[in-house]
Design a protein around this ligand. Structure first.
Ligand code: AMP
Length: 210
């Protein structure tokens, strides 16, 4: 199965993608993680992406498409894309790449209220070691600043600052939300409510995929 996950930053795409990927045995990739990995390795692409990511704006299509397509080419039978496509150009490039294969099966859109997104993102803490996520108030770590899973250090992503969050949401509603209409037209859109306990959302996604 080839699935793309759509939804604003903070909708829980990463959490649900990792659950789905494990349960279905399908490889997944997050374009944001690919960029962060490049930054960590100090590549030219990483340096280029950094300037956009810090501002909360999108990395240009040309480089983003090339980077994600490299991954897609290596996993063309089944995959889960988290955070890609985010623009009409990216969605068209993906369709083109899939043209002689069976195409994308499902575009899964996770909906969450704007106010809740701001609350989630600005309070989010991430483990440097295993990428587990916490929230300052709704799911704080038992030891401050330390991951309960691996003991790693918790940090706040630079683009989870209040200013960057406002910008990221603005960019989402302008550039990415229209893709919901794009996939509705092709008949592969499924929508789920992303508010509530993780297990409930997981069940709603399973129902939507069946
Ligand atoms: P994320 O981890 O998905 O929140 O992405 C973090 C940042 O990486 C975004 O704010 C963008 O700057 C960049 N990014 C991730 N995915 C894409 C994409 N598909 N197109 C353009 N920029 C992206």
């Amino acid at each position: 199965m080839k699935i793309v996950l759509l939804g604003p930053p903070g909708a829980g795409k990463g959490t649900q993608a990792s659950i789905l990927s494990e349960e279905m045995g399908v490889p997944r990739v997050s374009s944001g993680d690919l960029f962060r990995d490049h930054q960590g390795r100090g590549t030219e692409l990483g340096r280029l992406a950094k300037t956009y990511m810090e501002r909360g704006t999108l990395v240009p299509d040309e480089v983003t498409i090339r980077m994600v397509m490299e991954w897609v080419d290596a996993h063309e039978r089944a995959f889960l894309l988290d955070g890609f496509p985010r623009t009409r150009g990216q969605a068209e490039a993906l369709d083109e790449a899939m043209a002689d294969k069976s195409g994308i099966d499902v575009a899964l859109s996770i909906r969450v209220d704007r106010e809740e997104l701001v609350r989630r993102l600005t309070g989010r803490l991430i483990c440097r070691g295993c990428q587990a996520t916490y929230h300052r108030t709704s799911s704080p770590p038992s030891v401050e600043g330390r991951c309960g899973e691996c003991g790693g250090e918790l940090y706040q992503r630079q683009d989870d600052s209040p200013e960057a969050v406002v910008k990221r949401l603005e960019v989402y509603f302008e550039e990415t939300e229209p893709l919901i209409g794009y996939y509705r037209q092709t008949g592969i859109l499924r929508e789920v409510d992303g508010e509530g306990p993780i297990d409930e959302i997981k069940a709603a996604i399973a129902a939507a995929l069946n």
